[in-house]
Design a protein around this ligand. Structure first.
Ligand code: ADP
Ligand code: MG
Length: 534
């Protein structure tokens, strides 16, 4: 044994212990919640995000804001992660999830100040979270695909306050129609609904295309501008003399040999185009390249062609038109061709789009968003995605809840009632959990410039007298039955948000030691480099 001090970690590793660690993490998480807070609800404000290269995003969408902010702090990153999970799982409710998590941690801090041990708090939170799920199931209402009106209301609630305001009805109709159209044996894959943008006309001209719109122009100016009664060939190899993906070396010793070689290749291309023509195709979408000579031949045959079409688009076209993607020209026969009433190129300024429309009973289609400005289009796109996500989500579980804070107030009330039966300090944690949920209607009011205390008091008393659907309607600024006010949300938004918010707050509360290396090459990484699958 020597007297030498024991060195456990390299010098550049920093440690924050105990209370300091907790406070540090809670502070960071609260800051994240604070950032998105003002965007919550229909009267929430937007944020302008400017990248180092001066790209601008104007948005109201929680997850978009947090993703773009490049947050570094490890606990803050965990908060961003729940927004992402919420987005992936449900497609909406990201602000709600982050705010509940922030409030749970803020309330936990109060309990920590009262010298309540973190394990007691986390236990209480866990109990409350489980109870919340149980109550949610009890409060949820059942709907079916037939309830089109309700589905539209769900889409509208999702899009409120997201730059889609004036055309909400129309968008809701498009969303519900699109989902019903691509439904296959009760299953819906949102990938079958393409969202494309056009700078022509305004937001209100946004349309549902019974087919696919591609951000592509035809390869040659002289090809027909439109093809009616289109027979569409879908090929996933190149129509080129030289296959660029294969490196070949040819040694040629005389000019005649070169001549023969070129002619040979031209013959091959000719044969290819001939096969396309023989199949009866008058439109070709090619996943790879089409070279000049092939373009020339296709033009001569009055065939409309696009090249380098993304694989994902090829698949959508196949689904929409009933065609098959072929990997060999010998497979291209009339039965493998897709059908559409019309394929046409539409040019507007610098932009050119290819419309494939009028497909019979298409199993993939396009929502074409029109709008003069790119920023507006992008925000409308996020709104429509929220709408699609919410409607799908409501259909999948068939369960919905009233919005406008109604569900949160009812949950809080019932969780509080439940807490009466608990003993000791956990009860305090369960109560704090309940009041964290009330933060949602409070913020909805605050963001609309209405007195939050008045609102909360009235909401609570209305719920106490049995009005379990009473919520804040921000169209009228009054407390009303949210279902009658047509403010409806899928159950899953709330259950997922509460679940992940409680998980992350519990996880953060359990940390009492932050060990971080300032050496970027070491394993633990600088503050902020937490492992992805924490
Ligand atoms: P999130 O990212 O959590 O989805 P949003 O900004 O989309 O946040 O706001 C969703 C909240 O807005 C939900 O609590 C929802 O019930 C509420 N909400 C939507 N429409 C209305 C309305 N007309 N009146 C009051 N609240 C509404
Ligand atoms: Mg939303």
């Amino acid at each position: 044994m020597t007297d030498k001090p024991i060195v456990l970690m390299p010098e550049d590793v920093q440690r924050i212990l105990g209370k300091d660690a907790q406070r540090n993490n809670i502070m960071a998480a609260k800051m994240v919640a604070e950032i998105v807070k003002t965007t919550l609800g229909p009267k929430g404000m937007d944020k302008m995000l400017v990248s180092p290269t001066n790209d601008i995003i104007i948005t109201n969408d929680g997850v978009t804001i947090l993703e773009e902010m490049q947050i570094e702090h490890p606990a803050a990153k965990m908060m961003v992660e729940i927004a992402k999970t919420q987005e992936d799982e449900v497609g909406d409710g990201t602000t709600t999830a982050v705010m509940i998590a922030g409030k749970l941690l803020e309330n936990a801090e109060k309990l920590l100040d009262k010298k309540i041990h973190p394990t007691v708090i986390t236990k209480g939170y866990r109990i409350a979270a489980d109870k919340a799920q149980e109550i949610l199931m009890d409060l949820a209402l059942r709907i079916t695909t037939e309830d089109e009106e309700v589905l539209k209301q769900i889409a509208m609630t999702a899009m409120t306050g997201k730059g889609a305001e004036h055309s909400r009805e129309k968008f809701a109709e498009i969303i519900v129609k699109a989902i019903k159209q691509v439904e296959d044996n009760g299953k819906v894959d949102l990938n079958d609904i393409k969202i494309e943008k056009s700078k022509r006309d305004g937001i209100k001209d946004t349309e549902l295309i019974q087919g696919i719109v591609l951000d592509k122009e035809k390869v040659s100016y002289d090809m027909p501008k439109d093809v009616r009664d289109a027979k569409i060939g879908l090929i996933d190899f190149s129509l080129e003399i030289k296959n660029p993906e294969v490196d070949t070396k040819i040694s040629i010793t005389s000019p005649e040999q070169l001549q023969t070689f070129v002619m040979q290749e031209e013959r091959e291309i000719k044969a290819m185009v001939e096969k396309v023509k023989l199949s009866g195709a008058n439109v070709v979408f090619c996943q790879k390249g089409i070279d000049d000579f092939a373009q020339y031949l296709l033009t001569k045959e009055k065939i409309y062609a696009c090249r380098r079409v993304a694989r994902s688009d090829m698949e959508k076209i196949a689904k929409a038109t009933g065609g098959k993607i072929v990997s060999n020209l010998n497979e291209l026969n009339p039965f493998e061709l897709g059908n559409a009433n019309i394929v046409e190129e539409v040019k507007y300024g610098e932009d050119a789009l290819t419309y494939i429309r009028g497909c019979q009973n298409p199993k993939a289609l396009t929502i074409l968003i029109h709008g003069g400005s790119g920023y507006v289009i992008e925000e409308v796109k996020r709104a429509i995605k929220d709408g699609l996500g919410d409607v799908l989500c409501a259909l999948q579980s068939g369960l919905v809840v009233p919005g406008g804070g109604a569900i949160e107030i009812e949950l809080a009330k019932r969780i509080r009632e439940f807490s009466q039966g608990l003993s000791g300090r956990e009860q305090l944690a369960v109560e704090e959990f309940a009041s964290a949920l009330e933060f949602i209607p409070v913020t909805l009011a605050e963001n609309a410039g209405i007195d939050p205390i008045d609102i909360l008091t009235e909401l609570k008393s209305r719920h106490d007298s049995g009005e379990k659907n009473a919520g804040l309607n921000l169209f009228t600024n009054k407390i009303e039955n949210a279902l009658e006010a047509r403010i409806i949300e899928p159950l899953k938004i709330k259950s997922q948000a509460i679940n992940s918010a409680s998980d992350v707050s519990i996880m953060i509360l359990r940390i009492d030691d932050i060990i971080s290396s300032t050496d970027k090459t070491s394993g633990i990484g600088p503050m902020g480099n937490i492992p992805q699958d924490y």
